[in-house]
Design a protein around this ligand. Structure first.
Ligand SMILES: [Zn+2]
Length: 475
């Protein structure tokens, strides 16, 4: 049995090994950064989608799907947006052997696909708000090293696009998205911080961008999503306007909310350990794996009990898998620990005779369940497991941050740094240089460390407009 690299000292090697050995993704496809979703990985992705759909639809958003190809003429309408994406887009220039009159962009994100059509859909204030989302694949010619789920060229992308009557309503939509993400993150047991990106790091074309960041240990962070306020930056070039109640014509204010399969990478990265992946209940491909333990003397009883357990749990709505392969129990335990199954039920001759099963959760907690109360016992064990996983993640989250009170502090790179910043770009860049990373921006709401705000900027000492900010080495 292979041993995994050390998560703390060789994080990336550890991550790549877990993704591969757990059978979540196959990176051997002959286009770099475009990976194959395996059956096991696809199950996790479907659960991820289900959670995103549930939470966004609870806020009144509706599913749509726009085409993958965007005419160059539409793509070029918003100047900052095209500059931000120009180096990352794939072009379709031929149909068969004919050169296309207007080259087509393979969507890197769908603003420029949707907004010409929004301009047709929206006529009056009664057509607003327009809140729609799609889950589609987007394509970006990524030049950095690609990593399964975390940095890919074909992205499994969730994008919500909304049109609102004014700036205030659009700001409220941003807040509603952040609240929806809070609920999604709870399902993944992922503590995160929302951070308003500095001007020089916001989304191409946005008025402001709020990123959702998680710490990954050793001073690293990963952005796992973002919410943007566009004001009228896109509605002006795309002429998305409406007749207001007073008869005047106004431009809509827009917002977007973007998530991706990175969330699955984050679940692996945050919860995984020396034995492999650890999946919270809601995203786990299988919540429960049942393993009959057979011996020469056991007869058919363990198999019969295991079949009963699988049938009953399936009927009760659990995602359950029977591992009846011809292999040693120890090898099966290893197999499912690597793959992160939250709960393993073992049934040998003794358990079968007692109408019970041994239960071991992925964090190592042992117990037993009675067949009489099987469904309730399994549900309780899964709930306890999720709670323990959440607590573990919260403790690690709390330890990931440290205050920095001087530029020198920033050079110690074991933590994500919380520091006082005046908001100026010059000081921001000085901070980035010292930490050899990025100034993530100012946290929305309470900062990770509850401490009194210093009187002046860490770099220049200026006291006007001083606020907390976070700095890290983004993965
Ligand atoms: Zn400053």
């Amino acid at each position: 049995m292979a041993t995994l690299p050390d998560k703390r000292t060789d994080f990336i090697e550890w991550y790549l090994a877990v993704v591969e050995l757990a059978g979540l993704s196959d990176k051997r496809y002959p286009v770099k950064g475009m990976n194959v979703w395996t059956p096991y990985g696809f199950r996790a992705r479907r659960n991820l989608d289900r959670i995103m759909i549930r939470e966004i639809e609870a806020t009144g958003s509706e599913a749509v799907e726009f085409p993958a190809l965007i005419p160059q003429t539409e793509f070029a309408k918003e100047k900052e947006h095209i500059q931000g994406f120009d180096a990352q887009v794939y072009w379709v220039t031929k149909g068969g052997s004919n050169e296309l009159d207007i080259p087509l962009v393979l969507r890197p994100t769908s603003e420029t696909a949707m907004y010409p059509v929004f301009a047709l859909w929206i006529r009056s204030h009664q057509d607003l708000p327009l809140n729609v989302y799609q889950i589609v694949n987007t394509f970006r010619y990524e030049t950095k090293t690609t990593r399964p789920f975390i940095r890919v060229r074909e992205i499994h992308f969730f994008e919500e696009h909304t049109c609102q009557v004014d700036e205030t309503t659009a700001t409220a939509r941003v807040q509603s998205n952040l609240a929806a993400f809070e609920r999604m993150a709870a399902a993944f047991a992922l503590p995160f911080v929302s951070v308003r990106r500095p001007e020089w790091d916001k989304f191409a074309g946005a008025f402001f961008s709020i990123a959702l960041d998680i710490p990954l240990g050793e001073g690293r962070t990963l952005q796992i999503g973002s919410v943007h306020h566009y004001r009228e930056n896109f509605s002006r070039p795309y002429e998305i306007q409406f007749e207001a109640a007073d008869g005047t014509t106004k431009l809509v204010h827009q917002t977007t909310f973007g998530l991706s399969e990175r969330l699955l990478g984050a679940v692996v990265a945050v919860h995984g350990d020396a034995k492999g992946a650890v999946f919270p209940r809601e995203i786990a491909p299988f919540e429960v794996v049942v393993i009959p333990i057979l011996s020469a003397a056991s007869g058919e009883a363990p198999t019969r009990a295991a079949n009963e357990i699988v049938a009953r749990l399936t009927r009760a709505g659990f995602r359950v898998h029977l591992d009846d392969r011809d292999d040693r129990p120890g090898a099966k335990y290893y197999h499912w620990e690597l793959r992160g199954a939250p709960l393993r039920l073992e049934v040998g001759a003794r358990e079968a005779a007692a109408r019970s099963a041994s239960v071991v959760d992925r964090l190592g907690t042992r117990g037993s369940v009675a067949l009489d109360t099987l469904e309730a016992d399994v549900d309780r064990a899964l709930t306890a497991f999720d709670l323990a996983l959440r607590e573990k993640a919260r403790t690690e989250f709390a330890h990931a941050f440290a205050l920095a009170s001087s530029v020198d502090d920033l050079r110690e790179s074991k933590h994500v740094r919380q520091l006082a910043w005046c908001g100026s770009e010059a000081c921001g860049h000085a901070i980035e240089q010292a930490i050899d990373g990025a100034l993530l921006g100012a946290p929305e709401g309470a900062p990770p460390i509850d401490a009194p705000l210093p009187g002046g900027c860490l770099v220049c000492g200026e006291s006007r407009d001083v606020r907390w900010a976070l700095a890290a080495r983004p993965l």
